[in-house]
Design a protein around this ligand. Structure first.
Ligand SMILES: [Zn+2]
Ligand SMILES: [Zn+2]
Length: 375
């Protein structure tokens, strides 16, 4: 049986890439051999599991063939440790091999801790996605608004302008790829050996590298900073919807593309209006006299005050529709309707004259109006 990498990381099969990374970081901390009570064997096992599950390509293969693979008699000599060590074909922009080493570097300030002559130098990688939540008013959700987000993220290094090279450093042809910017690799997969070409990990695909890397950013090309971003929130957005802003997440490393920024919008409820799909619901209380005789009454809508027309003989609970006074569709701008539920108020205090007048109104069969003297 192959090792259960999910079990090793203490996660289940539906874990998100974020969960996996979190679990790995936590366990790596716990068992790091340099720490008191650390356990090198366990640490290596955790890393091996992460090499596979932390890489989307490898994880997919593992999920597909994983647990039964060895007993099913795969290609001779296949072993999960090798698989874990092999670089994923798409690893560069899918958070592959290098990410974890950088992660560990962040945690422990270490370079290559697993031996095997691997270099810590890494090629381009996509920046991390970022997620934020913002709250807006109900009215803003209907008509759209703009929000300014201020957050910490990596910005282009101020010393090397993102090149990762120490200003003035001598630029030489990359020895790893001979200036080609690409390297060929053989990857072992379940289907046999596959040849693939990927950007050179040492020069990030540029074919050249500086003899000295930037002292400020250690060659990453970026440094921690603060970003202010104006985000347009479209009219018609509903509570809980998320906007993706591609390229506004963290900066990529060495020319890798930036991550996405995900902004989840919470809409504060309104006292007067409720949303139902693209329609708005509200209530209007009207007098018994208006309901009976019909007429007009002022009504506040999100577009301002209108005169709501009440037909004669309107019953309490009647819904009056005001077209296109609702919520716009996110695409197209067509608006839903405003549905006004009319509540007829039964008069509480009446003069004698009013009571007499009401007495003249027709009654339903079986009804009997008795004017009581103590009223
Ligand atoms: Zn720099
Ligand atoms: Zn190179």
């Amino acid at each position: 049986m192959a090792k259960d990498y999910y079990q090793i990381l203490g996660i289940n099969k539906s874990a998100s890439p974020e969960d996996i990374k979190k679990a790995f970081r936590k366990l790596a901390h716990e068992h790091h051999p340099d720490k008191k009570g650390g356990n090198e064997g366990k640490f290596k096992e955790i890393n091996e599991a992460y090499q596979v599950l932390g890489n989307p390509d490898k994880r997919q293969q593992y999920d597909q063939f994983g647990a039964n693979f060895e007993s099913a008699g795969g290609p001779g000599g296949f072993n999960w440790q090798d698989f874990a060590r092999a670089q994923g074909a798409g690893g560069f922009n899918q958070g592959g091999f290098r990410v974890d080493f950088d992660d560990l570097g962040d945690i422990f300030g270490l370079g290559d801790i697993f031996g095997g002559g691997r270099s810590r130098r890494a090629g381009p990688s996509r920046g991390a996605d970022m997620a934020f939540t913002t709250a807006i008013d109900f009215r803003e959700s209907v008509f759209g608004t703009e929000k300014i987000l201020r957050f910490e993220k990596n910005v282009i290094c101020s010393k090397c302008a993102g090149s990762g090279a120490e200003p003035g450093a001598k630029i030489t042809t990359c020895a790893t790829c001979g200036g080609q910017g690409r390297v060929e690799q053989i990857q072992r997969t379940f289907m046999g050996a596959m040849r693939s070409v990927r950007p050179c990990p040492d020069c990030g695909g540029e074919g050249k590298r500086a003899e000295k890397q930037c002292s400020r950013c250690k060659g990453r090309g970026s440094e921690p900073g603060v970003k202010e971003l104006k985000v347009k929130i479209p009219a018609g957005i509903a509570d809980g919807q998320t906007i993706e802003l591609a390229g506004e997440g963290d900066l990529g490393v060495k020319g890798g593309s930036a991550g996405s920024l995900f902004l989840t919008v919470r809409v504060r409820p309104d006292k007067v209006f409720k949303r139902q799909g693209h329609d708005l619901l509200t209530q209007k209380q009207i007098s018994f006299a208006l309901a009976t005789l019909g007429g007009r009454v002022p009504l506040i809508t999100l577009d301002g005050e209108v005169q709501l027309k009440i037909p004669a003989s309107t019953q309490s609970g009647t819904v009056i529709k005001l077209e296109s006074k609702g919520v716009p569709h996110l695409r197209g701008g067509r608006r839903g309707d405003l549905l006004v539920t009319v509540k007829v108020i039964t008069p509480a205090k009446l003069s004698k004259k009013e009571r007499e007048a009401l007495k003249e109104l027709p009654t339903e069969e079986g009804e009997k109006i008795v004017l009581v003297s103590w009223l």
